[in-house]
Write a protein that binds this ligand. Structure first.
Ligand code: ZN
Ligand code: ZN
Length: 132
């Protein structure tokens, strides 16, 4: 079975994810823009029991999401990278930041949400389901 290892950029926080993800979704909401420093985030969602995070200084930050439910983000206390999060709306899942894998072979997103906030210059693949 495939196991993908994600990490923060200093390497102190790692996350091991077994098998293929349930879903990969890109989000253009303004919170994801500010969280990532990019114009979108990509979440790789796995069942909780297939994910193991390890780190000596894992910090957390909870906020309401653009759709209203709480999301708790976990990040490295040393370098600040947000590596994974827990969406209250989908309590059986963990979202992992796609960039934490730094893997060009990671499958692409199947959906794009909060696309109304997407910059016009960003073009999406034809097979991505676009949700406004
Ligand atoms: Zn780090
Ligand atoms: Zn978002």
């Amino acid at each position: 079975m495939t196991t993908r290892i994600g990490s923060c950029h200093c390497g102190a926080l790692t996350i091991a994810c077994e098998g293929e993800p349930n879903k990969i979704s890109m989000c253009h909401c303004t919170d994801c823009q500010r969280r990532t420093g990019s114009t979108f985030g990509i979440g790789v969602f796995y069942d909780r029991d297939r994910v193991t995070a390890q780190g000596t200084d894992i910090r957390s930050f909870a906020r309401g999401s653009a759709s209203g439910s709480t999301v708790t983000f976990h990040f490295c206390g040393a370098c600040g990278s947000n590596v994974y999060w827990e969406p209250a709306r989908a309590p059986t899942l963990i979202g992992v930041a796609a960039g934490a894998f730094a893997d060009p072979d990671l499958p692409g997103p199947v959906q794009s949400v909060w696309s109304r906030n997407k910059p016009a210059w960003l073009l999406l693949p034809d097979d991505v389901t676009v949700i406004d």
